[in-house]
Design a protein around this ligand. Structure first.
Ligand SMILES: [Mg+2]
Length: 386
């Protein structure tokens, strides 16, 4: 692996050397409680990574978690510690446009830690994009779309509140597909809740369901056909991540709606295993799982080769993380299932100068160099953990 390349005629290579990497924990309250099968949050926590190049350009990247190390093994506290002690030293001095070399160095410095690595890699793409006046998408193959359909997640657990919340989003023409989080209560209660939602929103909205690994194969076999009958078009990760064989058996049963793989696909090898098992119809792509923008492209390539649909997943990122996802999602030739980057809309505030634009059921790819958003220093000071 080359440590560095010789500077070009204009000295640009030397200018791109990574001079500094800083990480900050940020906590932003949410507008309501967000309940998943295994956790519940009233504030979202992020690690903001800021990279400075020798040429003075700055880049930012964000890693999100959901209620500490519960959705995956990473917490913001662990991410910050590992970025500061291992990942930052691994990339210091490297040319920022050597994205793959940065990935190799970070992989050598730390096993997994995919969300932390994604935040550092995003900051590199942002800094290089800002240096050359190019959007990160241009460095990833170029955008083929400038906006992505975006759904909203219903996760209060109170069906009356959820119908009202969905109605507000429909009236505002922000979202018309809704993902319902199930698994926090017993399956019968969730099925009753789903029936209520399906009836109340019939003809006005599309529903998908995410169980976040809460059900076993038997419960899934009972619930999935019921959900299909209610008109649910996609069910995400009903069984634990380890049970790819079970997911495949469920998918082969008559009456099972299309299945979306999430927690069982962290890297391209996982994706290949899901392909071999014929275990999913679609895959949720996330920076926190795939260790960066290039990792998203790698997982997407395996899925595309197998005819598996792509879905733009999120972990309630702010406009920083969501913008980075949109940069790479915009470069995917197919994005059959749209995306779920509603994160900025569930936060009580943001720490960017200009939040992402949500309009006519789509979220728009920000224009401008790098990931397309910039930190508002006052707002960041407000949300930064003391
Ligand atoms: Mg999920």
């Amino acid at each position: 692996m080359p440590d560095s390349l010789p500077p070009d005629a204009h000295g640009m290579a030397r200018d791109l050397a990574i001079a500094d990497v800083q990480s900050t924990i940020v906590d932003v309250p949410t507008v309501r409680r967000h309940k998943l099968s295994n956790t519940s949050v009233t504030a979202q926590s992020y690690v903001l990574v800021r990279v400075r190049l020798a040429n003075g350009a700055e880049g930012i990247g964000e890693a999100a978690t959901l209620g500490g190390p519960r959705w995956s093994e990473e917490s913001v506290e662990a991410m910050k510690a590992n970025i500061d002690a291992y990942l930052a030293p691994a990339v210091l001095g490297l040319r920022a446009d050597q994205f793959e070399a940065a990935g190799l160095r970070m992989d050598a410095a730390a096993k997994r830690n995919n969300a932390a690595k994604a935040a550092v890699e995003t900051a590199l793409f942002d800094a290089v994009g800002k240096t050359f006046g190019l959007p990160a998408a241009a460095l990833l193959g170029g955008a083929v779309r400038d906006r992505v359909p975006v759904l909203w997640t219903l996760a209060s657990g109170d069906p009356a509140q959820e119908v009202e919340e969905a109605g507000c989003k429909l009236d505002a023409r922000l979202h018309r597909t809704f993902k319902v989080k199930v698994g926090a209560q017993d399956p019968a209660a969730d099925m009753a809740r789903m029936r209520h939602l399906a009836r109340a929103l019939e003809g006005r909205a599309t529903l998908i369901v995410d169980a976040n690994q809460a059900w076993d194969e038997t419960v899934s076999a009972r619930c999935l056909p019921q959900l299909a009958e209610m008109g649910v078009v996609l069910v995400e990760q009903p069984v634990p991540a380890w049970n790819v064989a079970g997911l495949a058996r469920l998918r082969a049963r008559p009456g099972t709606p299309p299945l979306l793989a999430d927690e069982c696909v962290f890297d391209a090898h996982d994706m290949l295993a899901v392909v071999h098992a014929a275990a999913a119809d679609a895959v949720s792509l996330k920076l926190v799982k795939h260790a960066g923008l290039l990792g998203v492209k790698r997982v997407a390539a395996v899925a595309e080769a197998a005819g598996i649909g792509l879905y733009g997943g999120c972990l309630l990122e702010s406009s920083v993380g969501a913008a980075a996802h949109l940069q790479v999602f915009s470069t995917l030739r197919e994005l059959a299932w749209g995306c779920e980057h509603f994160g900025p809309q569930i936060l009580t505030g943001e720490y960017v100068t200009e939040p992402l634009r949500f309009e006519e059921f789509h979220v728009h790819l920000p224009t401008g160099p790098g990931i397309g958003v910039a930190v508002d220093e006052d707002r960041l000071r407000h949300y930064a953990r003391a």
